[in-house]
Design a protein around this ligand. Structure first.
Ligand code: FE2
Ligand code: FE2
Length: 404
């Protein structure tokens, strides 16, 4: 049986099925391991691994942990409760009506970030006026219907990871800042910090950034330095707000002190950096890379939930889950009728989003694309319900082809 247990409950003889973190976030060569000594457990704790999945068929059993299926069910129930208790307002304008503007905004953001990275490489100043104008446009789109930009986040080329990741973290932070009703200046500073949070990666050699294999310990240390490199880069751009520098320096810090580069704990990490940590991890996990496919949006939320109170500030992690919803746009779902579709818009009732169906699994054939608004009754464009999440990989469909 696969079950989730706390790292501190492990003992020699246990078989670790999964380290419950990204493969560059643990120090071991393989993703599975039989624990031979207490030293291994201490190394895991030193690396900030709080919980792991163990296989009790291949090694000793420990702890009182639930089975994987029980843990997954409990997580999904908790996510649904967080998102649906005092839910955040959802857009009244259908997503497809906002899509044209969202695409234009995203396109402009791609040009801006590309040019900005080039300017930084050449030691030039960041064009702050352009940055704020672009973020104003982004905010109008988010205010009108935040699902549109979120949906477009799912569409990215694998080799554009750093650029798209910067934009997406900016979008996620601006969405949180807008929903939190922060002042305009704070909203823009957060969004700018999101765009710039990984700016230090321009100093990390490309062969490390794009290496498909597991990084060596030395390469991993160099990769981690990107947080510190931001300081030197921002020294030449005095207009960059202090919040943005803190976000770049501290976005890999974790509130239990297990992060880097300083191992800061709790409130020693700036509020802006605590918010960035959540958006950064969610986008990094859900992105396809050159060397692996990203996880589904719901798996991204499950991971964020799992890190509440240890890696992430609980308040911000819960707020993030509320902002994204139970069925994030871009998620693949199965309906009770056997239809398979992708979530293209949300409704005030978070459990009943708008789903674009493309396949009938009961009959075993594709169907013409059509939207089912699950908030509406049968005969009025609705009349179905979601029974489970599906993985995009299983259906081999590019979300882009499902956009009209
Ligand atoms: Fe980073
Ligand atoms: Fe990042």
């Amino acid at each position: 049986m696969i079950k989730k247990v706390r790292t501190e409950d492990l003992k020699p003889g246990v078989f670790v099925h999964h380290f419950n973190c990204g493969w560059n976030r643990h120090p071991f060569l393989l993703n599975q391991k039989r624990i031979k000594s207490d030293k291994t457990i201490q190394r895991m704790l030193d690396w900030g691994i709080c919980e792991v999945l163990i296989d009790t068929d291949k090694g000793l059993d420990v702890g009182e942990g639930p089975s994987l299926a029980e843990a997954a069910r409990a997580t999904d129930t908790a996510i649904t409760e967080i998102a649906t208790t005092a839910p955040l307002p959802r857009p009244h304008i259908p997503t497809h009506q906002e899509m044209a503007r969202a695409r234009k905004v995203r396109h402009e953001a791609m040009f801006f970030v590309h040019d900005m990275m080039e300017d930084i490489r050449q030691g030039k100043k960041i064009k702050m006026d352009q940055a704020y104008a672009m973020m104003d446009a982004m905010e109008i789109s988010i205010d009108t219907n935040r699902d549109a930009l979120m949906y477009l986040m799912r569409i990215r080329k694998k080799d554009e990871y750093t650029m798209m990741h910067s934009i997406n973290v900016g979008v996620l932070l601006l969405t949180m800042a807008t929903l939190l009703r922060l002042k305009r200046e704070s909203r823009l500073h957060l969004a700018l910090g999101g765009l710039l949070h990984d700016v230090g990666k321009v100093k990390v050699p490309a062969q490390i950034l794009k290496k498909p294999e597991k990084l060596s310990p030395e390469e991993f240390v160099e990769m981690q330095r990107h947080a510190l490199y931001a300081q030197g880069i921002f020294a030449t751009s005095r207009e960059v707000p202090p919040e943005a520098l803190q976000m770049a320096l501290q976005h890999h810090e974790r509130i239990d002190g297990s992060g880097y580069p300083f191992g800061l704990k709790g409130d020693a990490i700036s509020i802006a950096a605590q918010m960035t940590a959540v958006a950064d991890v969610y986008d990094a996990l859900t992105a396809d890379r050159c060397y692996r496919d990203g996880v589904s949006p719901i798996d991204g939320l499950r991971f964020i939930y799992g890190g509440c109170g240890t890696h992430f500030n609980r308040k911000f992690a819960h707020f993030f889950i509320k902002a994204i919803g139970v069925y994030p746009v871009g998620s693949f779902v199965r309906l009770e009728s056997g239809l398979i579709g992708i979530v293209v818009g949300s409704n005030p009732d978070l459990l009943r989003p708008v789903v674009r169906v493309f396949y009938n699994d009961s009959r075993g054939w594709p169907v013409a694309l059509r939207d089912i608004d699950l908030a509406k009754p049968l005969g009025h464009g609705g009349g179905d319900r979601i029974v489970s999440h599906e993985t995009a990989n299983k259906w081999k469909v590019d979300p882009l082809t499902l956009l009209r």
